[in-house]
Design a protein around this ligand. Structure first.
Ligand code: BGC
Ligand code: ZN
Length: 396
């Protein structure tokens, strides 16, 4: 079968199309999935451009891709699925350490050892190929009506995991979030913005993209507010709250603080989706009392930052602020993700489809310029016009 792999090169890993044997069912709990399409995200970009991927031990290649949409071609008798089911799959697999309570309880997204495996990212083949075999416990059924945007279930699961944690944390009080700020307007930032709108929040997005870009347009069309980073009238760092007092922290301000001052707002929740660390730290004073900052953006950098430590400490202690980091997602996040995407599609019809700014075939992946992707690239392993004929005609 056709696959897209990374291989170790002399200095850098590189991407190639490779012909490899198709996998086969090994036991009755498994399913053989025909891959329809695979989404690419920032992690794939890091893998392709920055050696973020980790090859399986003893192998000289790894199939990449972790955002799967496929159709069950052959179902093991104990899989609970049938041929024709539309499916996606979890990314992470548990570590082997018996002392890791979370992995032992199917919550490898909270693995304690860090020795987990991730399909297409860390030590296991991913989904960017024609056929995948997987244990049914890692496969999630997707309603057929969601086929056009089903490849977004995995990235949406990342958003759902954060929201679920925030709801748990905020049970510490009566919390009625009204305002959200999202940093970054890539696919994740846009999905977060859509989610915040569905949750009824006034939604602000601050990002590098041009105000005329498709990203900014989507934000406005779902009723959000978009502002280009750096584009703040008289960006003189007139800070909200006590941040103004800290003269030593000049280099720490990106203009985000001035934007909040201009809006005369603080936010109940801030989602950092850009992976640019200064923004996360600058955000803490911009939270409302009792607010939560969630860090989702991945960075592989080694940069250092001069931060106003006392200010951040005071802000968090005296105002009950909370910062959480979050990675990966569990099966339940995939399920709520499917529900959320359906609601988004109902409330904002056609907007999810706008995320797919680039659709390519497998052969085109090695030449893909990640920096030129407006929002999201999807690799169509089967052309979308052929999908319907492959899905089971029985209703879900
Ligand atoms: C994936 C996660 C994964 C993370 C870090 C993200 O792109 O969605 O499932 O845990 O990368 O490898
Ligand atoms: Zn573990």
């Amino acid at each position: 079968m056709k696959t897209v792999v990374i291989r170790n090169g002399e200095e850098h890993q590189f991407v190639a199309v490779a012909e490899l044997p198709a996998p086969e069912l090994l036991n009755p709990e498994q399913v053989l999935i025909k891959v329809l399409c695979v989404g690419l995200d920032g992690t794939d970009r890091e893998i392709v451009t920055d050696n973020f991927g980790m090859l399986p031990q003893g192998e000289d290649h790894m199939i990449i891709g972790h955002e799967l949409l496929g159709v069950v071609e052959q179902a093991g008798v104990r899989s609970g699925l049938i041929a024709g089911d539309l499916v996606t799959a979890l990314v992470r697999r548990s570590c082997k350490d018996m002392s890791c309570s979370n992995c032992r309880s199917d919550r490898s997204d909270f693995c304690e050892t860090g020795t987990y495996i991730e399909r297409g990212i860390k030590e296991a083949d991913g989904y960017l190929c024609e056929y995948v075999v997987e244990d049914a416990k890692y496969v999630v059924k997707v309603p057929k009506e969601c086929a056009p945007y089903g490849v977004l279930v995995e990235p949406q699961s990342i958003v759902e995991k954060v929201w679920n944690q925030v709801e748990l944390i905020q049970q510490r009080m009566i919390w009625q979030p009204k305002t959200a700020l999202i940093l970054g307007s890539g696919p994740l930032g846009i999905l977060v913005a859509m989610t915040c709108r569905v949750l009824g929040m006034e939604t602000y997005v601050w990002s590098k993209s041009d105000p005329q870009s498709l990203n900014a347009d989507i934000i406005r069309r779902i009723g959000g507010h978009y502002r280009q980073a750096g584009d703040v009238s008289g960006a003189s760092d007139k800070h909200v709250g006590s941040a103004a007092a800290d003269k030593g922290a000049d280099r720490f301000f990106t203009g985000l603080t001035a934007y909040a001052a201009e809006l005369n707002l603080r936010f109940d929740m801030i989602w950092e989706c850009s992976g640019y660390p200064p923004l996360g730290y600058e955000s803490v004073p911009l939270l409302n009392n009792n607010g939560v900052l969630a860090l989702l953006g991945v960075t592989t950098g080694t940069g250092r930052l001069d931060i106003p430590g006392d200010l951040l400490h005071q802000e968090m202690v005296m105002r009950n602020k909370c910062v959480i980091g979050s990675v990966n997602a569990s099966r339940r996040d995939f399920i709520t993700g499917i529900d959320r995407l359906r609601t988004i599609e109902q409330l904002y019809p056609g907007m999810l489809d706008l995320l797919f700014s680039k659709r390519i075939a497998i052969e085109a992946v090695p030449d893909l310029d990640f920096s030129a992707i407006a929002i999201k690239a999807v690799v169509d392993v089967v052309p979308p016009e052929q999908w319907n004929a492959m899905l089971n005609v029985l209703p879900d």
